[in-house]
Ligand binder design. Structure first.
Ligand code: AHM
Ligand code: MG
Length: 326
């Protein structure tokens, strides 16, 4: 594909976004600014995540610290940081978040709609294990300045104009796509900047890693049980962090499959279509991988409400196809 962007490793994110914008006339300056706003907010969240262990010393969640500020839980704080950054930026008219029951009105003149999980992997926050931010960007369908319509909010994954995640791991990374391949940037904390470290990421077509919470296996449907048995018969490696972004990122680099199937507890699966699955599905496909509900392509699913769930199979193309075949 000729439209992929070749830029040297080490290019700073801001420069990369600018060069990218010059290359694609349709990628408006507003979308570039929006990506910059997200990157900036992620740096603030990264700082908070990195001192999470000190929260008890500085005052537990819900208490008031010595400067009089109310201490926030980290996921609530991340939601505030991203919302504030997007509000100030002005490009976004509406925000869908895991942290809010209904969508949040931002700037009615904005041309974009964002769906975000500000801090995913909540069970890992307190134990110093990798967590992530996931975001999807859509162009609004109604005319800017008009009241927000349902069709602006409930867009299907294939309508995304950009999507990405931030992984707060042993290093912090921003990985995103605007539909022209996937690029990964690593954060350099002493410089406060992201640099291109993983240009044009490709997910191996095959892999030997499977990621699933097997503790619920008794309630999996038979095809899922059979696929897991297939993984074992082939001596695959089991890896499950319980942080979607981290599990996805590892499989993106090494090849593998992540599955969150229907369970007795969550008959539609646990993960949310609009701000967990769609973004990763877009990235997977852009990197040559695949994402499925087990029955249909994730990006083709029509969301019926903001917090809709779906079973989720994502990763190396051949592995997802194989899992579907069961
Ligand atoms: P969260 O949005 O409450 O953090 O839940 C999403 C997380 C994913 O990051 C992870 O893959 C999954 O839930 C783990 O769930 P489980 O503990 O049921 O395996
Ligand atoms: Mg989540």
């Amino acid at each position: 594909e000729t439209s992929r962007i070749a830029q040297p490793i080490g290019t700073a994110l801001d420069r990369f976004i600018k060069n990218h914008q010059d290359q694609f006339a349709f990628a408006s300056g507003e979308l570039s600014q929006l990506l910059r706003d997200i990157a900036l907010a992620s740096k603030v969240v990264n700082r908070e995540v990195n001192k999470a262990g000190l929260i008890d010393i500085m005052g537990a969640a819900g208490s008031t610290n010595n400067t009089g500020d109310q201490q926030q839980k980290l996921d609530v704080l991340a939601n505030i940081r991203f919302t504030r950054a997007l509000m100030k930026g002005g490009e976004v008219c509406a925000l869908v978040s895991e942290e809010s029951e209904s969508y949040v009105d931002l700037n009615n003149e904005g041309k974009y709609v964002i769906a975000i999980d500000p801090l995913d992997g909540s069970s890992n926050i307190d134990v110093n294990v990798s967590i992530g931010t996931i975001f999807s960007i859509y162009r609004r369908k109604s005319i800017a300045g008009m009241p927000i319509q349902e069709e602006d909010i409930l867009q299907k994954g294939s309508d995304q104009v950009a999507a990405g995640y931030i992984l707060y791991g042993s290093s912090t990374m921003l990985v995103y796509t605007t539909g022209h391949g996937v690029n990964g940037f690593t954060y350099e904390p002493s410089l406060g900047e992201y640099f291109l470290s993983h240009p044009d990421m490709q997910m191996p077509a095959d892999g030997k890693i499977y990621s699933i919470n097997e503790g619920s296996a008794n309630s999996f449907e038979k095809p899922v049980k059979d696929y897991i048995q297939h993984c074992k018969d082939n001596n695959y490696t089991a890896r499950y962090i319980g942080s979607l972004v981290a599990d996805f990122h590892r499989n993106l680099l090494k090849g593998g499959i992540y599955i969150y199937p229907a369970t007795a507890k969550d008959p539609q699966g646990k993960l949310r279509l609009m701000y967990e699955c769609n973004a990763l599905a877009f990235i997977a496909e852009q990197a040559g991988g695949k994402a499925s509900s087990g029955k249909a392509r994730i990006l083709d699913l029509e969301p019926r409400h903001l917090h809709e769930r779906t079973p989720f199979y994502v990763g190396s193309k051949n592995m997802v196809t194989k899992a579907e075949s069961f």
